[in-house]
Design a protein around this ligand. Structure first.
Ligand code: GLN
Length: 493
């Protein structure tokens, strides 16, 4: 059961083969046994989870009678700890919020709860979602279930490790510069970052507001389509939420791929990508050709500037967003201080970890008088050029493909003392966020030549704005003819 798809779980619940309480118990027991070695969950609450499961069982008993029953009713999931969850500690991976209990639900949490999904707990993450390895969490690093000496990716590393070890059938994640796709790639999962504005950011603790987007992480594109259909939609409480009619993102899953035009940016296939990653991605492209797709080389000439532009814009927005953590309204307050000024500075000095401080310093610097034009404004101009590159590339193709990450999961500690090396993990993912485009990562093989344990490789598909249904179709057809997404790490068996 712990390995079933969301559709299979939904069918088993509807057919009363298992109850929501039994299903939640099965996963909570797995969490108790397997989580200590992985550190993916940082909060669980059996009573709360089972209360939700009992409510779901009540709905399931009534069946589709009174209100239309969601296909997700009774299925367990877990939330990245960046999503405010009423009555649950919501720490954002930080000492600053280590004792913060959210008084309300984020829009994403609310929608999945309304669908009858059962919250198992909250998932570890890089502090304030800043990182690519989940090593910056106040609660300690998450371990990759495929090899516990390696990182799961970040910042949604807890979400990725939890699904890979089958501690939850699905999870929520957020992606500011790759944090859904990169951990999905490193842990052998499927994760989609929707078009900016499709999923409400209400109640999702802000990192870089013009880049942040929540989305689902799961075992397959089909599962992601079900979850995305449940969480997408306009929300008056998020001023950048887009007013669009609701969509069934799974509507095109079965569409044949004959005639699909795949764009391959030459900048994504140059040096920088490890050979084992390249081999797996090339093999996936060959599979797509067999499915009737054609490939065309495209150019994204400004993509080399995406990491520098991102690491100006994201810290700039973060420095502003994180100013709310001052020890006054909520969160950590330093125990000793002489005056207000000292209370602010000590609370922030003690409450934030080194990566968060680094971002606040960079962000404050690039926004300061005298440097604003040289850095922030330039970065915004580059951002526009990057979006224009994609628009031009999409004149020639339906989707763009390439690697998600330049390498397989690296050892814990390998990059944690070198921020620039860490930032380069995002080389293939950040341009999508800068352009507001949707992107999905799905497993396409294993790499790690010479390693004791093979590590998953992710294929990235980037779609046109609002073309999530098409991307999910393209990912799903591949998953019907391959079984990379069905492989399990040893610890999960
Ligand atoms: N790794 C990137 C960063 O550190 C992206 C993080 C994210 O998408 N939340 O900013």
């Amino acid at each position: 059961m712990f390995n079933s798809s969301l559709r299979e779980l939904g069918a088993a619940l509807a057919a009363k083969k298992i109850s929501a309480v039994e299903l939640a118990t099965l996963f909570l027991d797995r969490i108790d046994t397997l989580n200590p070695a992985l550190n993916a969950f940082i909060t669980t609450d059996r009573d709360k989870a089972l209360a939700q499961a009992r409510a779901a069982d009540e709905h399931l008993k009534l069946g589709a009678g009174a209100t239309a029953l969601s296909p997700l009713c009774g299925i367990p999931l877990a939330h990245k700890d960046i999503f405010c969850t009423r009555g649950w500690r919501t720490s954002c991976g930080s000492k600053m919020l280590a004792n913060f209990v959210a008084p309300y639900d984020a829009a994403v949490v609310e929608k999945l709860a309304d669908a009858g999904m059962v919250t198992l707990g909250k998932l570890n993450m890089d502090e304030f979602a800043m990182g690519s390895s989940n090593e910056s969490s106040h609660f300690g690093p998450v371990k990759n279930p495929w090899d516990t000496s390696r990182v799961p990716g970040g910042s949604s590393g807890g979400s990725a490790a939890a699904i890979a070890a089958r501690l939850t059938p699905a999870a929520t994640g957020t992606d500011t510069g790759g944090s859904i796709r990169q951990p999905a790639a490193l842990c052998g999962l499927t994760g989609i970052k929707p078009t900016y504005g499709v999923v409400s950011r209400y109640g999702m603790i802000a990192f870089a507001s013009s880049l942040d987007q929540g989305g689902p992480m799961a075992k397959s594109a089909e599962d992601c389509a079900l979850m995305l259909s449940a969480i997408a939609g306009f929300d008056v409480r998020d001023s950048t939420s887009l007013e669009r009619p609701p969509e069934d993102y799974g509507r095109d899953l079965e569409k044949p791929l004959a005639g699909l035009k795949i764009g391959l940016p030459r900048e994504f296939f140059g040096p920088g990508m490890d050979d084992d990653v390249r081999a797996a991605v090339e093999a996936a492209l060959a599979e797509y050709r067999t499915l009737g797709a054609t490939t065309v080389e495209v150019g994204l000439p400004n993509s080399g500037l995406s990491v520098p532009a991102y690491y100006v814009i994201a810290p700039a927005e973060a420095s502003s967003n994180l100013s709310r953590f001052d020890g006054v309204r909520y969160g950590y307050r330093a125990p000793d201080y002489d005056d207000l000024e000292q209370m602010y500075s000590r609370s922030r000095a003690q409450g934030f970890g080194p990566e968060v401080k680094r971002r606040i310093l960079i962000g404050t610097y690039v926004l300061s008088h005298g440097y604003y034009d040289a850095y922030y404004l330039q970065a915004q101009k580059i951002r526009r050029l990057i979006a224009a590159d994609f628009a031009a590339a999409f004149e020639q193709c339906d989707v763009i493909m390439g690697p998600t990450s330049p390498s397989v999961a690296f050892p814990i500690g390998a990059k944690s003392t070198d921020p620039v090396q860490m930032y380069l993990s995002d080389i293939y993912t950040v341009s999508t966020n800068l352009a507001g485009l949707p992107g999905i990562s799905l497993p396409c093989g294993f790499g790690g030549t010479g390693l004791e344990k093979p590590m998953p490789v992710g294929l990235q598909i980037i779609g046109k704005w609002f073309d999530e249904a098409r991307m999910l179709n393209v990912a799903h057809k591949y998953q019907q003819v391959t079984d990379w997404h069905k492989q399990l790490p040893e610890v999960a068996k």
